[in-house]
Design a protein around this ligand. Structure first.
Ligand SMILES: [Zn+2]
Length: 405
């Protein structure tokens, strides 16, 4: 029977995980995690393996067969099978017939308290604001800085610094090559027709949970809190879902997918409410552009978050968006929908924005911006975006002719 792990190297500040040769087609480099603050050497092998297991699990399920391994914690088996069943329901077009059977033992120990995965976006800021009284430790995972990949570590630090003025929680930063260790080309062939990357559509929640597993054990923590992005109507829940990583358990710890039921708008309203109570201005970064040093204000996610902030009638500059309210309204009207391409998931996310705007109007709030959002016609095909652009150009030209006459 195939194995999943070939070698586990435990060093004081680093865990390196090499997959079995049968998986090297899908893996460019061994997966590693670095942390200077804790002794990684003390992690039992059956737990140290979990980062690789969870980043590769959907690939192994796709390949089929039974993958038994003494180097994997046997107490993860049931929850892995639940996650496999969930992914089979989400992506019915692929068969996920493989089974991972951990046979390793991890010593039981008393664990308590939680880690919150913190990136500085809307979801994790919301989680911190609602959980800080339980004194969680924040965990940020930086991408490998030796390679040219997107890293928002400076933005995460700015967000953390803005919070800790009133919320003095400790934060631990670990580093990993999780963003670059896989062979994306070969993985693409395993998932033909997948409209987003393996990371965005499938790997995200499971992979990040896996990276935190050794840290939870070494710090005697019981619960990993992943901030759930509201993804109703979005296929695969952007690779993170209560029914994927939210079902995971292994020896001494489990994953809690927190806050899924709240839309981004509801989270922003809640962040604002708690910020006022604490007299705090949390800096939030949501930008998806590579190597960005702030919110770019032009990518789809920046624009959508800006819309939510304006629906809540807040000043964007108070939350890390360098633009005032009036300019932001005009800015949105120029960019949405003409300058953004909406895939299926983004389209569903904007429908939620419209729904929240309508709810605000029904609650008695009334302004022209809400009306504009409610009436917004969204396009999710490049042809329709082009058609709308042409229409706008002609409208502008006709207006110019009228003005001249
Ligand atoms: Zn952006």
């Amino acid at each position: 029977m195939p194995k999943l792990i070939s070698n586990i190297i435990l060093e004081k500040d680093k865990i390196t995980l090499e997959p079995d040769p049968q998986l090297t087609k899908y893996v460019k480099d061994p997966l590693w995690i670095k942390c200077k603050e804790i002794n990684m050497k003390e992690c039992p092998e059956a737990l140290a393996s979990i980062p690789l297991v969870l980043n590769l699990a959907p690939i192994v399920w796709r390949l089929g067969g039974i993958w038994e391994d003494l180097k994997i914690d046997k107490n993860i088996n049931n929850s892995l099978d639940l996650a496999r069943r969930s992914i089979s329901k989400i992506y019915k077009e692929y068969s996920f017939s493989g089974t991972i059977v951990g046979q390793g033992n991890v010593p039981n120990k008393n664990t308590n308290g939680s880690l919150i995965l913190y990136s500085g976006g809307v979801d994790s800021t919301f989680t911190v604001m609602n959980k800080f009284k339980e004194n969680p430790l924040l965990l940020s995972i930086n991408a490998d800085t030796t390679k040219r990949v997107t890293t928002d570590s400076s933005n995460t630090l700015k967000g953390y610094n803005s919070l800790r003025k009133k919320i003095p929680l400790e934060r631990l930063v670990i580093e990993s090559n999780f963003g670059t260790f896989l062979n994306q080309e070969n993985i693409k062939n395993l998932f033909p027709g997948l409209t987003r990357s393996y990371w965005a559509a499938i790997q995200h929640g499971l992979g990040l949970s896996g990276l935190a597993a050794p840290i939870l054990y070494l710090l005697n923590k019981h619960e990993l809190i992943i901030s759930g992005g509201h993804s109703v109507g979005q296929k695969g829940g952007a690779g993170s879902h209560p029914f994927l990583e939210g079902q995971l358990k292994w020896t001494n710890s489990f994953v809690n997918h927190y806050g899924y039921q709240f839309s981004k708008f509801e989270k922003i309203e809640n962040i604002d409410k708690i910020s006022r109570e604490l007299k705090l201005k949390p800096r939030i970064t949501v930008c998806t552009r590579a190597n960005t040093i702030t919110n770019c204000l032009t990518c789809e996610k920046c624009l959508r978050t800006l819309a939510n902030i304006l629906i809540a009638d807040l000043e964007p500059a108070d939350y890390g968006f360098e633009i005032n309210k009036d300019d932001a309204i005009n800015h949105l009207k120029i960019h949405v929908p003409h300058k953004i391409y909406l895939g299926q998931n983004e389209f569903a996310a904007w429908e939620t924005v419209k729904f929240d705007a309508l709810s605000q109007k029904n609650y008695g709030k009334n302004n022209k911006f809400l009306d504009w959002v409610i009436r917004l016609k969204l396009y999710n095909s490049p042809f329709k975006i082009f058609k709308s652009f042409i229409k706008r150009v002609y409208k502008y030209k006709i207006l110019k002719i009228i003005a001249k006459n």
